[in-house]
Design a protein around this ligand. Structure first.
Ligand code: PDD
Length: 286
């Protein structure tokens, strides 16, 4: 198999030749932002929403965007061609570039831009049939979780704490309220109403989350972007997590106890079906 081609600083090159300086501020400070964009049947999913969020993240860290929409599309689509029409996940990252180590921004910035596309494995059917386990943990992250920043140490430690307890996700609690998962957004179902925490600085505005809210509204399901207390989480009939990689998964065990009936719930099933229909739409040739 030919070696994977990636994009680094205006060049397409084999992965093994893509090298970044040890003085890159991404390496030294975690000073950068990223996106994860799914592609179904070779088509980028919700690309405008992802590029808008990328711009918001760049604006928030005061890093100029080196590419316009058409340049991004050209880069990402070229990476996608390597794996044909398979489902893929595009990772892209920008950092504040290479400079002598100093916390303050360097005067002249040449951002480091990296992107790669990888095949996306289909979801393990067991997760869909039986659901997954999660644990609730205090949200130990910073105050700007709306920025998709590459400084992910807190998220890494939280996710590992979940793994240490045989759980696939940590559901984070700040001041008694659910914020999100360590790498996902969270939904609950309470008395037939789908609830997800409102956007703000304590959670990432997930592209999958927004689509699910839209789909629920279009299909006349009761959905509310509202605070979700820790108590409401613990008493929920259903809990779901959403992300670009994991799509929409039912959480059927929380803190080692069953959620609702302990099986994926009926509203999860409805939303999962709607989400899959949306993907199928993208795969159809125009
Ligand atoms: N993470 N919240 C956090 C903290 C996340 O890291 C993610 C996604 C989400 C869901 O966002 P979206 O639906 O746009 O993927 C919410 C990506 C997939 C990752 O870091 O790999």
């Amino acid at each position: 198999m030919p070696e994977q081609i990636v994009f680094l600083n205006d060049e397409f090159l084999p992965l093994s030749q893509a090298k970044v300086s040890v003085l890159d501020r991404g390496f030294v400070f975690g000073d950068g932002v990223y996106e994860v964009i799914p592609a179904y049947g070779g088509q980028l999913f919700r690309i405008d929403e992802h590029l808008r969020r990328l711009q918001d993240s760049l604006d928030a860290i005061r890093l100029p965007n080196p590419h316009d929409r058409s340049q991004w599309l050209a880069i990402l689509n070229r990476l996608l061609t390597q794996h044909g029409g398979d489902d893929q996940s595009v990772y892209l990252q920008l950092t504040r570039g290479v400079a002598p180590r100093d916390h303050a921004f360097p005067k002249h910035i040449q951002p480091t831009v990296f992107a790669m596309a990888n095949r996306m494995e289909p979801t393990d059917p067991q997760y869909l049939q039986q659901g997954i386990a999660a644990v609730s943990l205090p949200d130990s992250r910073w105050q700007h979780c709306n920025i998709k920043g590459i400084s992910l140490l807190a998220g890494v430690l939280l996710r590992q704490q979940a793994e240490d307890q045989q759980a696939m996700e940590a559901i984070l609690i700040r001041d008694g309220q659910v914020t999100e998962g360590a790498a996902s957004n969270i939904f609950i179902v309470e008395q037939g109403v789908i609830k997800t925490p409102p956007k703000g600085q304590h959670l990432l505005p997930g592209i999958t989350r927004d689509l699910l809210v839209e789909l629920a509204q279009q299909n006349q399901l009761a959905v509310s972007e509202t605070t979700v207390s820790e108590q409401a989480l613990l008493a929920a009939d259903e809990i779901w997590l959403s992300s670009s990689g994991r799509e929409l998964l039912p959480v059927t065990t929380l803190n080692h106890r069953p959620v609702g009936t302990g099986k994926p719930g009926p509203l999860w099933q409805t939303m999962y079906t709607l989400f899959q229909a949306c993907k199928a739409q993208l795969r159809k040739p125009a």
